[in-house]
Design a protein around this ligand. Sequence first.
Ligand code: ADP
Ligand code: MG
Length: 324
Amino acid sequence: MGEFDLIARYFTRPTTRAVLGVGDDCALLQPAADMQLAISTDMLVEGRHFFADVNPFTLGHKALAVNLSDLAACGAKPMAFTLALALPRIDEDWLAAFSSGLLALADAHGCELVGGDTTQGPLTICITVFGEVPAGQALLRSGAQAGDEVYVSGTLGDARLALDALRNHTALPAELLAPARARLEQPTPRITLGLALRGVATSAIDISDGLAGDLGHILQASGVGARIDTAIAMNLMASCAHPLWATGIVSFEDQLDYVLAGGDDYELAFTAPASARQAVQAAAQQAQTPVTRIGCIEKTPGLRLIDAQGRLLKRRYASFDHFI
Ligand code: ADP
Ligand code: MG
């Protein structure tokens, strides 16, 4: 099998929304009138973003999920995506599983594969997603205002719990590891929530590098600060009905790190005025995605993390940086 058979067999399907898909020099998309295109790219590199022996079905899912998560954070509706793939060799079992995981999530969101590039090289997956959003309605990082409240969707910290357990070969009880591993390997992009938050949230970001760092991007872009209740945030781990640290499986400090700086959560952090509390809950209900209020936006720049006793935490969290 060569490059073109591979593309034809695993990555070519008829398109319905796109004007033109795989097979020509360019794909053609037609955004509806008064819609803006939202475009985002994310790359996954073996050894950096996933283990070499990771299940290819979940890898296909995750490669698209992390990209859809960026559309969600902008309140954009997925339209199409391109896939640039470097493969060390052609392994048909791997390709079949990878493309099924990828295309299952694509179908679930009506996001069509319209093109890409395929080359030989160290396993690397680069996806660009295209979404649409009514002109002027995209959720940005820069809209948070003093007095707004800070929310986060879903659960935090579980992906990092799984990553540490897999990396260090720690024996976690199966009932803890299974849901945590699902969060690491098959994150759920919060597309429906992002759409429901249009006109409600004043700013939004998706949490890929940890709550503290990613919320920090909102604070910086908006020129404001925030106060976050870490006691509430710490209870957002899914893998535990009660505080995980109380079981002795991880320390209090580790759980705090998982939740505030673990990364790979792909939840939305967003702000909304206090007057929008009901609208936020209505959006959460519509999207069937729980959201939790974890703090408020303040005028004074900086992120202030408060513990259960109301004390300011000394620990600082920088945003994840591949080069530091
Ligand atoms: P070109 O030489 O013009 O760059 P290619 O020969 O690389 O075109 O690709 C042929 C067609 O297959 C193009 O439409 C391209 O978008 C598509 N394509 C290539 N690789 C992939 C892939 N991994 N997934 C989806 N489409 C792909
Ligand atoms: Mg090409």
